[in-house]
Design a protein around this ligand. Structure first.
Ligand SMILES: [Zn+2]
Length: 99
């Protein structure tokens, strides 16, 4: 039986996702992502080593991609800053249109 990963969606709150539907994503930092079972949006979450270990134990695998989805400034990494997500891209796009 597949493990269930409990996480949160910004819109829906707490959600349970099957481990097979969660992917770890390599970047400057490791994140994980899942498609919210309630609203269908892709949610990205920050991780630490403990969370990565738990996810791997639960059967979550690394996503195989050539380019990281999150791009970080290489010279001045602010590890406490929120991760750049597709939502941020949309928001930036809207702000540019308002200018
Ligand atoms: Zn949701």
């Amino acid at each position: 039986m597949a493990a269930i990963i409990r996480s949160t969606c910004d819109d829906c709150g707490q959600v349970d996702i099957k481990a097979e539907n969660v992917k770890l994503v390599r970047g400057e930092r490791v994140t994980y992502k899942f498609t919210c079972p309630k609203c269908g949006q892709v949610v990205y979450k920050a991780t630490d080593e403990t969370i990565v270990g738990l996810l791997l134990t639960g059967g979550v695998e690394f996503e195989e991609v050539d380019t990281p989805v999150a791009v970080f400034h290489p010279e001045d990494p602010d590890l406490s800053a929120p991760l750049f997500t597709p939502d941020d891209v949309l928001k930036l796009h809207e702000e540019l249109e308002d200018m």
